[in-house]
Design a protein around this ligand. Sequence first.
Ligand code: BTN
Length: 338
Amino acid sequence: MVAQVEAVGRSRRRALLQLLADGEVHSGAELAAQLGISRAAVWKTLRRAADELGLDLETQRGQGYRLHRPLELLDAARIEVALSEPARGALADIQVLEAVDSTNTRLMQAATAGAPSGSVCLAERQLAGRGRSGRGWVSPFGANIYLSILWRSPLAPAQLGGLSLACGVAAARALRDNGVVDIGLKWPNDLHWRRRKLGGLLLEVVGESQGPSHVVVGLGVNLHLSRAQAAAIDQPWADLATVLGTAMPGRNALAGALVDGLLRALMDFAAAGLDPFLEDWHRLDAYLGEPVTLHMGERRITGICAGVAADGGLVLETAEGRRTFHAGEVSLRSAPVR
Ligand code: BTN
């Protein structure tokens, strides 16, 4: 019974948000009539949604309600339509959630319960979004893209080392194809725009030492971040609204392009490893030739970025010569890692 009431509340809330999604003013009477509920119920549902989801909802006295900016809610069917034939072949299903702790956590649990390879999960918001190195990932409602893909592989986890770079290249290509000109990669797979973080990938691999394994590829891309929301981000950041302005693609089209690119990258990596991605990685390398510090726990290694090795390791020209590293956080020598 409680679950039923909650489901009705959720679908009512979604229907109201769909009606307000155009960013225009809608009167309480109009919204109430559309949903067949009272104006008081409209008010209550919207106030609650605004509080819980952090929505910027304007209540205009005597006129109605308006969202501060238009909102395109995610829709599994619209995302699937954007996929190419090969990606559709690799897809198991697409699930869109209004809220989840973390799409990665959700798919890691689903994997243990036997979910098939090619399961895709997106969320409008994450309550405990996770970034690399134990950081959180700022995940407000309806503002950005948070998606994860479960992929099963016969390979051992150790052989999947280069996969995170391949996925970084795939995401960067999708963003470039959607108009982001100055897109770059910071090792291993941060998506940068003019040295500001636009997005990132978190790959979580589980498996037997000789294989098989499964990996959850999680991707977050900032689309609209307010200063207040971004206050928790401890490095220079960017969002697509700033980068693209009015040329911003729809969220579903962009999510489709990203899922498409990642699924195809997963298939290509399964067939040929990191090799087909290396040339693009070098082209997208935002720190090539720069003096950097690699932070590995308490250790600090300084050197000049000399690209990536065939296995995906970071190559640094150090005082002791050319060395390759497989873990750590890179920062420009002048900018401390925070
Ligand atoms: C990074 O630190 O750069 C990686 C960020 C990865 C964030 C994404 S959002 C979707 C997925 N779910 C998570 O909890 N994290 C990843």
